[in-house]
Ligand binder design. Sequence first.
Ligand code: F6P
Length: 557
Amino acid sequence: MAGAAAPVDPTTTAAWARLFSIANDFTPDLRTALGDDPDWVQHVSLRVGDLHVDLSKNLWDDGILTTLLTLADEVGLPERRDAMFDGTHINATEDRAVLHTALRLPSGSSLSVDGQDVVSDVHEVLDRVYAFAERVRSGEWTGVTGRRIEVVVNIGIGGSDLGPVMAYEALAPYRQDGPACRFISNIDPTDAAQKLEGLDPETTLFIVSSKTFGTLETLTNARLCKAWLLDRLPEGTDASDAVVQHFVAVSTALDKVADFGIDPANAFGFWDWVGGRYSMDSAIGTSLVIAVGRERFAELLAGFHAMDEHFRTAEPHANVPLLMGLLNIWYTNFLGAHTHAVLPYAQLLHRFPAYLQQLTMESNGKGVRWDGSAVTYDTGEVFWGEPGTNGQHAFYQLIHQGTRLVPADFIAFANPAYTLTDSVDGQAVDVHELLLANFFAQTQALAFGKTADELRAEGVAEELVAARTFTGNRPTTSIMAPDLTPGVLGQLIALYEHITFVQGAVWGVDSFDQWGVELGKQLAQQLRPAVSGDADVTARQDPSTQSLIGYYQEFRR
Ligand code: F6P
């Protein structure tokens, strides 16, 4: 397959110049925009799969929308999207195809990449994962002493952790009877110590998840868990039998898996064309398959695929990931936004912002384009968020009245996962309705604010009018679905994957490499002797680092 086409510097396009001049004269007025054009809401409220996406409370109009779409054309975004889907090596710095979309192609479809039919490879592994998960769940797969598995511990970090954890939490109502899951990621020994607490080694299964099988944190934690297991199993238990029964692996480096002592028959592969942060729907999701079962995982994949098809085929004006990605470009490069909040009004999505942080920031936090040329514009917003309504009582003050523009995505579901009814003065109150009232209220307050005149009309004392005024015109996108099902979760994740793609394509960055994490890893290796007291290595460090290591040496017990 041919590699990536040369990136276009977006600042050289006519659309970029036009957007600049629009931005210069732009005074957003959402009250008028929504009030004067009752069709606007219908025009930019889009349905994709089970999602209803209302883009009407953003700071734009038809002219901006059309110019953003022109920008996408001028930088060659449609061609790059097609190149991604057909397996071209668009990950230029690693010379790889980018095919997480192939992980959710239905069985029976076909896609040949570098001469290999990837769909049959994907389904071969998927079937093995499903069969293995069923054996664990049914009790056919046992620990070395013959007892059934009660807890599955996924050991991984970054993309080999965040997706499985997020989805395990999000799909809690869909977990079936069977093993519970725990997740160890951090090299902080507290993580392994706490997660292993209370576990019975005879009924614990470890999944070592690492694309490279070379990640310090994961290999360290895997060794800790192996030692923990072997120390606690009944005396006389054969160590290699124990590892075979209690350790499986997910990796692209199956040779390294064997070196760890894990039976290659118990290893599930994936491919270098799946980026770590795009891998939760590969075998990296094995813990999730064990938790929710094959049918639910298949629904999740179908949700991803529905969004892929939408992104690939929907016409630009109705293409939700395209429009949301372009809106982010508008805010970042023309209106001066630096961050983007994602605010799920669903406790089950409490790890979704953390998941998105890796997806978006590891992908688009780049200062050079994919041909190595330096960018001259901002890239990569800082994604962050917390579930509503917790965030309301923490940081929403800044979003409502601060000096910074913070575009925000609000996510909510028509139906709750759990129905609870409060009783107030003898009246039944559906608590989910309280949650939704807050969801609707926040985007309304952000969009329309409250004027000084309105405050005065309410009798607010003059000296408090300024402090209590809300400027409004703070942009939000509302995303709703009937329920948080596995399929809806797949649609949501793929939506953000493609938003990330769109932004990366406009900026001309390689959204699929992550060289920025390497330097710190190398320095940590070099510094280890210094931390252990090697005076020569310490003496070669900068004065600040020497001083910090000195502090550590003084106070360590
Ligand atoms: O260091 C960053 C990173 O490479 C991520 O991209 C990746 O998801 C994570 O580390 C874990 O890598 P692996 O799955 O190879 O252990």
